[in-house]
Design a protein around this ligand. Structure first.
Ligand code: FAD
Ligand code: SF4
Length: 521
């Protein structure tokens, strides 16, 4: 054999650079399902099932197109436990002259596969990942010489460079770069109204086989497979994109930050998993949103708000990841060392907002951005959870979780563990934020307006406790000036009462159900 083309579970794109000059007559494709990818973090059943099903569908398409695919299945006794061990065994078995792959998304995987190639003395060519609008080198050039990185500047540069949502004169469509002011509203008091049904894809025979395998093999892993309906092929992913553009995009911006109990899907795109597996190209996603705006089908604030997520945030966090790894994964600027509460793996807490956010996470492998950032994320930040433990949780529970996107979102955006590299200030808020953006507090045993006393909302207590604990560090941040002024007004008795209740919350005798121990992760 001439070349073995390595295709990982999040590289399911036949137009990827690894395939550029492949000749099926002399080259073959290599894919592997290995236990380690589901166990290096405690991967949820839905996440593992999505990867395996999409991989099997992709391999079938490649075979139908005439490729030879050497595919190691998880249920084959001969399959090794890790990507590295499987590749090593297959190099010995197949004796390829060389290996080629598109750059992997994860630093860990790149190191492991490089080490195998070096040890086997088989040349490995790692090609640029063209899936993204920009390259890592371009991001590094953007970052060079800047003392701080800010997504907004990067995003404007990307809009200009790729000619997206610009007038013929090169100005931003509608006159502004960012329409956040017009977006991000709470729902009316009686709720969001009729939410369009999300795109669902009932399991076919390949998916069903995977669901059975995962249910048996990873029975004790978090989450459920009962609701599994994610797109697992490019055709299905395109269908999901069309449905989003037609039925949800128009209201995307306005409903972006709002939360409603029992409504996990709202007007979000639910496209992150299909994008991250490379079933969708971000260019076609952005173009579809821009076209809808230019055709007058969606307002500018919806199109711009959505495009900013894909062209801005998604590319930005990837750039941060690859220019900061491997050290980034170990950053802990606020020196947070609390364990992750056990109930993050079950949702069993009396706090209504957290209970619903974790419930939808485990039930669907999905929660929308504000649930991730302002509910599970803010609570962990205020509690002072060790960032690496929280990183392991986010990487495990979401179907769209791959490290290059999850890690900067968790460590940087959500936990401020990078000390302000990715975002300019910590996302901290008291229970009043959740009370404004949702009706959760109406049914919760706690009171978001109270920071001390038996009814005090744990978010609110911990918010003030966070400001007290980090008073000096926050005083140096101009964007925290208001909060710092507020905390300076607290007298000694109030400070002591806040600290006392925060300590009780950390002992978990308030936020956890009776008898729940902590400490997983
Ligand atoms: P929408 O809200 O409809 O957004 C549209 C698309 O924009 C998404 O599909 C996604 O591709 C992109 N996008 C939006 N926000 C971000 C962002 N902050 N970073 C990168 N891309 C973004 N996203 C992942 O894809 N994988 C993860 O593992 C992941 N982990 C996260 C962990 C934390 C702590 C936080 C705060 C956010 C995380 N995100 C992650 C970002 C974001 O929450 C998800 O992309 C989004 O919720 C996915 O749902 P959606 O497709 O309905 O997105
Ligand atoms: Fe969440 Fe606090 Fe509101 Fe309860 S009172 S739902 S814990 S913010």
């Amino acid at each position: 054999m001439r070349r073995l083309v390595i295709v990982l579970g999040d590289q399911l794109d036949a137009r990827a650079s690894a395939f550029d000059d492949v000749d099926p007559a002399v080259d073959a494709v290599w894919m592997a399902e290995v236990t380690e990818e589901s166990t290096h973090v405690w991967s949820s059943k839905a996440r593992t099932a999505l990867f395996l099903s999409a991989m099997r569908h992709f391999a079938a398409d490649l075979r139908a197109a005439g490729h030879t695919v050497h595919y190691a299945r998880l249920d084959d006794a001969a399959t090794r436990a890790s990507l590295a061990a499987q590749l090593d065994a297959d190099i010995t078995r197949l004796s390829p002259e060389s290996l080629v792959m598109t750059a992997p998304g994860d630093w860990r995987v790149l190191q492991a596969l490089r080490a195998v190639a070096t040890a086997s003395a088989v040349p490995l060519e790692v090609r640029e990942d063209r899936h993204f609008f920009g390259s890592i080198a371009e991001f590094a050039r953007h970052a060079a010489g800047r003392s701080t990185l800010r997504m907004e500047y990067f995003y404007r540069e990307m809009r200009r460079r790729h000619g997206i949502l610009l007038t013929p004169a090169g100005e931003p469509e509608g006159g502004a770069w960012n329409y956040d002011e017009a977006n991000r509203k709470p729902f009316p008091r009686n709720g969001p109204g009729l939410v369009p049904p999300r795109a669902t894809f009932p399991p076919d025979a390949i998916t069903q086989e995977v669901l059975d395998l995962v249910a048996e093999r990873f029975a004790d892993h978090p989450g459920t497979l009962d609701t599994f309906a994610w797109p697992v092929t490019r055709v299905q992913a395109l269908e999901a994109l069309t449905l989003f553009i037609e039925e949800r995009l128009a209201d995307f911006g306005a409903a972006q930050d709002a939360m409603w109990p029992g409504e996990p899907w709202l007007w979000h795109a639910h496209l992150s998993a299909a994008l991250n597996l490379k079933l969708l190209d971000p260019r076609e996603v952005v173009a579809a949103a821009e076209d809808a705006y230019r055709a007058g089908r969606v307002p500018i604030e919806a199109a711009e708000g959505f495009i900013r997520q894909v062209l801005g945030w998604r590319e930005y966090v990837r750039g941060v990841y690859w220019t900061q790894m491997p050290g980034y994964a170990h950053r802990n600027a606020l020196e947070a060392h609390e364990p992750l509460p056990d109930w993050y793996w079950t949702g069993e807490t009396p706090m209504a907002c957290l209970s619903d956010a974790i419930d939808t996470t485990l039930r669907n492998g999905y929660a929308h951005h504000i649930q991730r950032l302002m509910v599970t994320g803010v609570y962990a930040l205020l509690l002072g959870v060790e960032p690496s433990a929280l990183h392991a949780w986010y990487l495990a529970v979401y179907v769209d979780a791959v490290e290059w996107v999850e890690l900067p979102n968790t460590l940087g955006m959500s936990q401020f563990a990078d000390g302000g590299l990715l975002g300019s200030k910590p996302y901290v808020a008291s229970g009043k934020y959740i009370a404004r953006m949702s009706p959760y507090c109406r049914t919760c045993p706690f009171d978001p307006a109270q920071r001390t006393g038996d009814d005090a909302c744990p978010f609110t207590t911990l918010y003030w406790d966070f400001l007290l604990r980090h008073e000096q560090a926050m005083a140096a941040n101009p964007r925290m000036a208001l909060q710092v002024r507020n905390v300076a007004r607290l007298d000694d008795d109030e400070r002591a009462a806040i600290s006392e209740r925060a300590a009780a919350i950390r002992r978990d005798d308030i936020a956890a159900p009776a008898g729940n121990l902590r400490g997983r992760g």
